[in-house]
Design a protein around this ligand. Structure first.
Ligand code: GAF
Length: 386
């Protein structure tokens, strides 16, 4: 992160002409298990990772917000807190910031302007939550600069609201919540209904390896929203607020009342919730064999029932599985339709897995994968008062 800190400080100085007062960060995330369960009020088990979005910031005396995006060639966005904050068609990155600020104001928080320089190393469009990291770091920045009395959960909810209502993607709460509340060396079991979290130690004898398929994620928003609608349809037929409220027994007794497609979608969510709670227990008791089995079942369920994997992702999972056998777990992570797989691997096997991916993935798919060995890190925080 120190490189990112130097970058945002230098850019702030160079473009805005003075030194920032604060450095703030928020991380991306990887989800170990519990996919498409968050918007069904269910359970997820992500950890924040050592890839972050970092901001250099200072308060202003007026109502202007000026933002320099280092990763977009020092483009500047500027808006006035007392005027209508509008969507920018030609500057998509700016909308995450505008949306967060607009939602904070709508929630009644009071603050004046800010100068901000932002940069990050969370791979974009890879399903590692670069958008959530940006939303959360901006919320955290106003919290820090103006001593706002806002909980980390509300920083997350505010970021989700910005994404739902301003950016227009109907995501759940997982990504923002883990970015806001992550804990070093831990995953969080999150109850997405109550937003209660339980910290679960990451296995010390396992490396967390993320492999980006580099498959361009297509149709993500429309497919995501279709899955949401199918889940809502199933919950309505069961007469419950969300699929979280349907047990496997109740599902099996009544599944004939759903169309075959909606039944498959519901089965994924209901079984994934069960797997996620079991996975937290498996990590706590150190049962990696069970954890690996649950990850394998989760992947199969995403592939066959929820139908959100793509060929490239399935190929990656098979390559990794062939190297680790029963000694570790691997599955697709994130929203799907491309993106990354996550593997929990004994450190002694990491080189073997990397080599196998380098040898076998490109010939099978025509794409090069990117590999990141990660650590579980803290959520959003003030890094430095300059
Ligand atoms: C995306 C969404 F943003 C999350 O809310 C979650 O639904 C995830 O896909 C799937 O588990 O990351």
């Amino acid at each position: 992160m120190s490189e990112l800190i130097q970058t945002v400080k230098a850019s702030f100085n160079q473009v805005l002409g003075y030194a920032p007062s604060h450095i703030i960060q928020a991380p991306g995330r990887v989800n170990l298990i519990g996919e498409h369960t968050d918007y069904n009020d269910g359970f997820v088990l992500p950890c924040a990772i050592n890839y972050q979005t970092v901001v250099a910031a200072s308060r202003r005396d007026d109502n202007l917000v000026r933002v320099v995006s280092v990763d977009y060639g020092n483009q500047i966005d500027e808006f006035d807190l007392t005027a209508e904050i509008s969507f920018q068609q030609d500057k998509m990155w700016a909308n995450y910031i505008r949306g967060v600020v607009k939602c904070l104001l709508a929630r009644g928080y009071q603050f004046a302007g800010a100068d901000i320089a932002v940069s990050g190393n969370v791979p974009q469009g890879a399903g590692l939550s670069s958008s959530a990291a940006l939303e959360v770091v901006i919320g955290q920045t106003f919290k820090v600069l103006y001593n706002l009395e806002i909980s980390q959960a509300e920083v997350a909810l505010n970021g989700q609201q910005a994404e739902n209502e301003f950016v227009g993607c109907n995501c759940g709460i997982m990504d923002q919540l883990i970015s806001a509340e992550g804990q070093e060396n831990h995953a969080l079991l999150i109850d997405c209904r109550s937003l209660e979290t339980q910290a679960v130690s990451m296995p010390k004898d396992m490396a967390v390896v993320i492999i980006n398929s580099n498959k361009q994620r297509g149709l993500v928003d429309s497919e995501y929203n279709t899955r949401r609608a199918q889940c809502e349809e199933a919950a309505q037929i069961f007469g419950v607020p969300a699929l979280r409220d349907v047990s496997l027994e109740a599902f099996e007794a009544k599944q004939d009342q759903l169309s075959p497609l909606v039944a498959k979608r519901a089965r994924h969510v209901i079984t994934e919730n069960i797997r996620t709670e079991l996975a937290a227990k498996a990590l706590i008791s150190g049962d990696m064999t069970l954890m690996a089995e649950l990850m394998a079942q989760s992947h199969a369920s995403m592939r066959d029932d929820f139908e959100i994997t793509v060929k490239e992702i399935d190929v990656l999972v098979e390559i990794v599985k062939n190297q680790i056998g029963e000694q570790g777990g691997v599955r697709m992570t994130g929203g799907g339709f491309g993106g990354c797989v996550v593997a929990l691997i004994p450190p002694k096997l990491v080189d073997k897995v990397v080599q196998a991916v380098e040898e076998k993935y490109q010939p099978a798919t025509g794409l090069q994968a990117s590999i990141y060995v990660c650590q579980a890190k803290d959520g959003a925080s003030l890094v430095e008062v300059c």
